[in-house]
Every structure is written in structure tokens, then in C-alpha cells.
Design a protein around this ligand. Structure first.
Ligand code: AQP
Length: 332
């Protein structure tokens, strides 16, 4: 049994990529591991969301966790900002992290784009805060998708740098947990870019809170190509939208991409889209209905968060106290 930490930003528009790539896998992890699932609102601040929306989206992420099957009795569900040690440890790590390491981070380059000089320091230092999130709890394993591998590598480097600087063996290096079934879900409008909360088009993604009619409409409008579906993925190498729809179908139906291609060989996109719509609705609609119920009772959600905060705080305060001793802060 290990200790697992992961999180989602409360930036709204939670989508099936977040479900298939992250939350669905966490549900399985809580059966065998000690699990901590954070709502990373300090990270969300890098995009300067509207404060009222931030509060709303924080409860929405908590509701999505619970509705997807994360059990508050087993897992700590909590907000990052309520445990000040995240920010503290992030500062301590900032003082150990060479700029050269951060300059290599692909996500910053992608998110800052051409406006690098205008990007905020928080966005640049994002992976250092992420390292603090993980190491504050001495997580042994971190579930990561493709896009997060580089950040976990940095967290391991920072743990090593801390141990070397202070000549201790305090932080063990957290291991990545890669799920063979974790899907990388692409945009419904462009099969070469990741389905993302911040995409300007609502039609690029399916939200947790989309009702069945909206799901059907978005899938109907999803980009395809004129050819029939081939029986093997290799024959569709240059057809990213086709592969994406088949991949999503497979992820929801528990089929590999190879099996999904075989199932729809020769079929038209309209028949694939009908089956895909049914499949998504069968999994996501019960989650949506439960979320809607939960969101009617914000006090209940807040009570679950408070319980999670208490659980997480025990570990966080113990570890940050030990770190204070190691770096030489007076304990007064
Ligand atoms: N398209 C995706 N396919 C598979 N997994 C995905 N994740 C996100 N998008 C996909 C996984 O969801 C978890 C939480 O993500 P996050 O909220 O911390 O931020 P993100 O990875 O930056 O997600 P988005 O949707 O792309 O948000 P924006 O647009 O705000 O940047 C992570 O485990 C991630 O791998």
C-alpha cells in the first residue's frame, strides 16, 4: 500500500478528458492505497479566475469527485489553499530549483505561448508548487497522464536537490503510476490538440454537467473525415479525429483501441457517433445527476471538504515542521 496524491484545478468546464485520464482511475486506487485528492485552487489562481466562479468551480470539482465514486470515508478530498504548508514548501523548493530546470518545462511554453514576457510568475513556478503538493504528503506514487510526466520528473529532481543540499534522506522519490487504460482524450474539433478546459469552443469537449441532448449534439458535430472506419488503428494514422472518437468509445466501453476499431470496421461515422453517444451517456449521466443533487447542498460539500482538510492537515503539519527543522528555522 502506498500513499497517492493527485488533483484537479477548479477552473470550470470539467470534461470527459479529466474523467477518463484522471478521476476514473483514482476511484480504483482508493481501494488499495491511502489516497489524497486535492482541489488545486492555488494552481487555478495562475489564470486569475473570477472569485465567485472559483468558489463555484471548487464545489463542482468536489461534487465531480464524489459523484464519480471517490469515497470521502476512504479518501481525503480537500482544497489546497486551506493548507498553508503547500505554499510554504513551494517557497522552500523555489530556493533550491535552478531556473534552467523550469525553462525546460513544456507546459509553461505551451500555456505562455507567444506572450512569455506577460505570463505571470505563478504560471512559471507552477511545477514547483506541484512538487510541494506531492512531497508535502510524502506521496509514494502519483498517477500521471502523458502531459504530467515532465512535472513529476521535476518533483523527483527537487526532492533529490533538497536531500543533497541538507545532507538528509528526507524525501523519497515519488514514483509515477501510469494507467495502461488511461486515455488521452483529444478535442472534438481538432484531433491533434488535447481536450482542454480552456479551449474557447464548448463543442471541443463534453462536460460533466452536459445533459444527454447536449452530449448527442456535441458528438453529432464532432469533426470526422469522409472515409469509412478502418479495422486497425495503423490504417488511420493520419486520421486523428477518427482515432479520437474510437479511443473515447473504447475508454468508455472498456475496449482497447484495437478492439474498438475492429468493432466498427467499415461502419459510417454516423453509426459510430450513435454508439458513442449512448456509451458516454450511460456512464456520464448518472454522474451528472448525482452532481446536480450534491450541488444543491453546498453545506454538505463543504462538510466533506472540512473533513478532508483535517485528514490532510495532520500529515502536512508534521512534515512541514520536520522541514523547518532541517532547513534551520527556529521552532518558537
Ligand atoms: N484531454 C485529456 N485527456 C486525458 N487526461 C486529461 N487531463 C486533463 N485533460 C486531459 C487530466 O486531468 C487531470 C487534471 O487536470 P487539471 O485540471 O489539473 O489541468 P490540465 O491538465 O491542465 O487540464 P485541462 O483540461 O487541459 O485544463 P486547462 O485547459 O485549464 O489547462 C490531470 O491529471 C490531467 O492529466
Amino acid at each position: 500500500m502506498g500513499r497517492i496524491l493527485s488533483g484537479v484545478q477548479p477552473t470550470g468546464n470539467l470534461h470527459i478528458g479529466n474523467y477518463l485520464g484522471a478521476i476514473r482511475n483514482w476511484v480504483k486506487l482508493q481501494e488499495v492505497h491511502e489516497t489524497l485528492f486535492c482541489i488545486v485552487d492555488l494552481h487555478a489562481l495562475t489564470t486569475l479566475p473570477n472569485p465567485a466562479e472559483m468558489r463555484q468551480y471548487t464545489r463542482e470539482v468536489a461534487a465531480a469527485y464524489i459523484a464519480s465514486g471517490i469515497d470521502p470515508e476512504r479518501s481525503a478530498i480537500f482544497t489546497q489553499s486551506t493548507i498553508l504548508a503547500h505554499a510554504e514548501l513551494s517557497w522552500i523548493f523555489s530556493c533550491l530549483t535552478p531556473l534552467g530546470w523550469l525553462n525546460r518545462m513544456i507546459q509553461f511554453k505551451e500555456k505562455a505561448g507567444k506572450h512569455r514576457e506577460q505570463a505571470n510568475l505563478g504560471l512559471y513556478a507552477y511545477p514547483v508548487l506541484q512538487a510541494a503538493d506531492i512531497l508535502l504528503y510524502k506521496a509514494t506514487h502519483v498517477p500521471v497522464g502523458e502531459d504530467q510526466k515532465q512535472h513529476l520528473e521535476l518533483a523527483r529532481d527537487i526532492a533529490g536537490a533538497f536531500n543533497r543540499q541538507y545532507d538528509v534522506d528526507y524525501f523519497k522519490l515519488p514514483e509515477p503510476l501510469i494507467f495502461p487504460t488511461a486515455a488521452r482524450v483529444m478535442s472534438l474539433r481538432d484531433g491533434t490538440s488535447k481536450m482542454s478546459k480552456s479551449d474557447a469552443s464548448d463543442y471541443s469537449r463534453i462536460h460533466f454537467l452536459d445533459d444527454p441532448d447536449t452530449i448527442a449534439l456535441k458528438i453529432r458535430k464532432a469533426k470526422t473525415d469522409p472515409d469509412p472506419i478502418a479495422g486497425i488503428p495503423e490504417a488511420m494514422e493520419n486520421r486523428p479525429e477518427a482515432l479520437n472518437l474510437l479511443g473515447i468509445y473504447g475508454a468508455f466501453a472498456d475496449l482497447s483501441l484495437v478492439d474498438a476499431c475492429r468493432k466498427f470496421e467499415g461502419a459510417t461515422f454516423s453509426s459510430l457517433k450513435q454508439s458513442l453517444t449512448d456509451q458516454i451517456i450511460s456512464v456520464m449521466d448518472p454522474i451528472r445527476l448525482r452532481m446536480v443533487e450534491l450541488l444543491k447542498d453546498p453545506q454538505y460539500i463543504d462538510a466533506i471538504l472540512k473533513r478532508g482538510i483535517e485528514k490532510a492537515k495532520g500529515l502536512a503539519l508534521k512534515h512541514i515542521g520536520e522541514v523547518h527543522d532541517i532547513v534551520g528555522f527556529l521552532r518558537l
